[in-house]
Design a protein. Structure first.
Length: 589
């Protein structure tokens, strides 16, 4: 088949340590095998970023080839020849494969894509016409009699995202070439098997296809950027890279010490953790533990091991390349990798009993921002509020219980909150919800029971309290007192009881997850809109005759009346069309 694997999490491998390179490549291979049912022959490297160590690890794992950009070729020679010929100005012959011999004695084949045609696809409108695309490819063949391979490497987004209908142009291009027998459609593995390399190649170390400075775009202020923000600096890239390298190196000793208590080979276990990531369920987790544990693990030990594996997983994901690619440290891509870092810090605090947060934030202060003061400010603004843990899920469960019809169980992301007892009371538009819930992580199997009281006062006014350690007797006593106060419509007393049993720390609608916040806001606005609709209809019907006379007298209808008319007419028209669509769908079924 034509599919090739890719290094798993889009890290710039030359900037990774050896173990992370190895894990990324093994995870990529295992992911491919899971999806395609066979071993991959080739592997795509993120941004085609390459160094000799990466090629060594590819070869060690039986990867036969990878694809690079023309400017990554340094020198070539005929196999068996002595002297090398330097390659200048991206002039490497791209129509043949090359053999790259490695220091270990292993080797790997390298293909260098046709830069001109690839540029045409990305920036010159080649995807506007499939036949034009076909002729551009075919014209890239030379006139000599040697077997040649014309091939390009482009972003997948080109075909339909960056260029609308680009995927149709590609299909038309390939069909046109085949129908007119202009060339043979093949793939890298087939071509390599039939026509093995006749030339050796040397690469430029630490090079890539999207940074003319090598791999500096992902570790320094090299000048490469999107071009969308003239005057902005990317001086934040180096401090960000240094901060994450520091965090990775702090986490390694914790992993080595703690994981060694449970598994036979901690790094082999990390490499095999992909078996869980590909299909996470109780069976795959238990099978993973069975294959690697030095003994039968208790429930708490299982949770501990899963925290360690997730700590390592997030410590890898935090190096995803897009975090450095764009122009600003407060962008969504960098916020995403910092969320991974935040998660790694969270797990490290649980299994290592150490908080890296203060030093981590201090280091981010050295990363200048074009929007905020520095990376630490952005981190506090966007990343820290997004962190999810058991208590925050419990808060969500409590808030959602105000509106859910049957809040027996709530799934949020990788958590399950189950009811251990629940009561809801209503007085007009005010609601009180009391209960106990057990929240469990589907990732680490950790679970805790929480008691809660949450009060809804209408509009956006939600006040909630939550406790981890409230005894059953205390909860029952609190419940009796707070219900009595609520039924007496003494809201001050209700809040006083909540503070007595839960303390002064409370949460509001601002503490909710975005999706849950939207759902609750929708619930609130739906109820509010019913009142607004009733008021508009009252205005409309009460003043209908007056508005009719105003219109017949060629006098403009006042804006207040117009708003009521527009709302009622548009709402009724929408309802009518929805009913017509429903009737049509039912009749066709």
């Amino acid at each position: 088949g034509s599919a090739i694997a890719q290094a798993h999490s889009h890290l710039i491998l030359p900037l990774c340590n050896h173990r992370d390179k190895e894990t990324q490549i093994i995870w990529g291979i295992r992911d491919f095998e899971y999806r395609f049912g066979r071993a991959p022959e080739g592997m795509w490297l993120a941004e085609t970023a390459v160094d000799t160590e990466t090629l060594e690890i590819l070869a060690e794992n039986n990867i036969k080839y990878t694809i690079l950009a023309p400017r990554q070729a340094k020198a070539f020679r005929k196999i068996g020849a002595k002297d090398w010929t330097n390659i200048a100005n991206e002039s490497v012959e791209t129509r043949i494969p090359y053999l790259c011999k490695l220091p270990s004695g292993k080797s790997i084949a390298l293909f260098f894509y046709h830069g001109g045609v690839a540029q045409g696809v990305a920036f010159e409108g080649l995807l506007n016409n499939g036949k034009q695309f076909a002729h551009r490819l075919v014209n890239a063949f030379s006139n000599d009699d040697h077997v040649q391979l014309v091939h390009i490497a482009t972003d997948g987004e080109s075909y339909g995202h960056h260029h609308r209908y680009g995927e149709m142009a590609l299909a038309d291009c390939l069909n046109y070439i085949e129908e007119n027998e202009l060339a043979t459609i093949t793939n890298y593995a087939e071509f390599l098997e039939k026509f093995p390399p006749e030339y050796e190649i040397q690469i430029h170390e630490d090079s890539s296809w999207s940074c003319v400075h090598g791999v500096e775009r992902w570790r320094s202020n090299c000048g490469c950027n999107t071009g969308g923000h003239p005057g902005w600096t990317q001086a934040w890239r180096a401090p960000l890279r240094e901060t994450l390298n520091w965090l990775r190196d702090q986490i390694i000793p914790i992993y080595e010490r703690e994981a060694g208590k449970y598994v036979k080979d901690i790094w082999l276990a990390r490499n095999d953790y992909i078996s869980v990531l590909l299909n996470r369920n109780d069976r795959t987790v238990n099978e993973f533990i069975k294959n690697h544990a030095i003994k039968e693990l208790s429930g708490s030990e299982k949770t501990w091991l899963m925290r360690l594996m997730e700590m390592q997983r997030n410590a890898i994901l935090m190096f995803t390349s897009c975090g450095w690619f764009f122009d600003e440290i407060s962008g969504i891509e960098t916020n995403q990798i910092l969320q991974y870092a935040n998660r790694a810090i969270y797990y490290a605090s649980q299994v290592g009993n150490i908080d890296f947060h203060p030093e981590f934030i201090k280091k981010l202060e050295a990363a200048p921002s074009n929007v905020y003061q520095n990376g630490a400010v952005s981190y506090k603004r966007y990343v820290m509020p997004a962190r999810v843990d058991l208590i925050r899920v419990a808060m969500h469960y409590a808030a959602s219980s105000l509106f859910a019809e049957s809040p027996e169980e709530l799934e949020l992301f990788n958590y399950i909150a189950q009811s251990e007892g629940f009561d809801r009371y209503e007085a007009g538009n005010q609601r009180l919800s009391l209960g106990r819930t057990t929240v469990k992580s589907k990732i680490t199997y950790s679970e805790k029971q929480f008691s809660f009281a949450v009060l809804y006062l209408g509009q956006l006014n939600i006040i909630g309290n939550i406790s981890l350690d409230m005894a059953a007797e205390a909860f029952d006593k609190m419940k009796s007192e707070i219900v009595e106060a609520f039924r007496s419509t003494d809201l001050g007393a209700v809040i006083g009881v909540m503070q007595t049993y839960f303390g002064s720390e409370k949460y509001t609608v601002q503490h909710l997850f975005k999706d849950e916040k939207r759902r609750i806001l929708h619930e609130i606005t739906t109820n509010s809109l019913k009142e607004v609709e009733a008021e508009f209809r009252d205005i409309y019907y009460d003043n209908y005759q007056l508005m009719t006379m105003i219109t017949q007298s060629d006098i403009p209808i006042p804006d207040a009346y117009q708003s009521a008319v527009q709302f009622v007419v548009n709402h009724d028209l929408h309802e009518f069309l929805q009913m017509a669509i429903s009737i049509s769908a039912n009749s066709s079924a």
